[in-house]
Design a protein around this ligand. Structure first.
Ligand SMILES: [Fe+2]
Length: 142
């Protein structure tokens, strides 16, 4: 597996990690409008996993079907499950999105990604920045 494939695999595992954190957060949020917004973001992460798996398969690599056992997100589902209150949940999700933005940003520096792969990764990077900005600004207003 070359660096490009490893990068796509890691991003896909990270998106699965994020999906689990989102599911926990959505269940626990009191504010329905915030939960609805997070459901949309969760949907973006799901479409990322589909797109990244298509790219992996085009390279004849195995599909990723869940997060890495080590988990990369510092505020993953286990941490979120213990939090009380919407503000604390958004703070944790904001930290997660910050890491995800960084991971996509770093992936764009990897030379062994094809033009098509970089185009896809750039789209995901834009989604991640949008998620992070929304969650952070919503948290800061609370
Ligand atoms: Fe995100």
């Amino acid at each position: 597996m070359d660096k490009g494939a490893k990068t796509l695999k890691k991003l896909c595992e990270l998106d699965f990690d994020a999906i689990e954190a989102y599911e926990e957060a959505i269940k626990r949020l009191d504010d329905k409008s915030i939960a609805d917004k997070l459901s949309q973001f969760r949907g973006d992460h799901l479409s990322h996993t589909d797109a990244l798996n298509r790219l992996l398969q085009a390279r004849s690599e195995d599909k990723v079907d869940g997060p890495d056992a080590k988990r990369v997100l510092t505020e993953g589902k286990v941490i979120i499950a213990d939090l009380m209150g919407d503000k604390a949940i958004l703070k944790a999700m904001s930290a997660n999105e910050k890491l995800t933005v960084k991971a996509y940003e770093e992936a764009l520096e990897v030379d062994s990604l094809s033009v098509e792969e970089k185009t896809q990764v750039t789209k995901h990077y834009e989604d991640e920045k949008r998620h992070h900005n929304w969650i952070k600004s919503t948290h800061d207003k609370m």
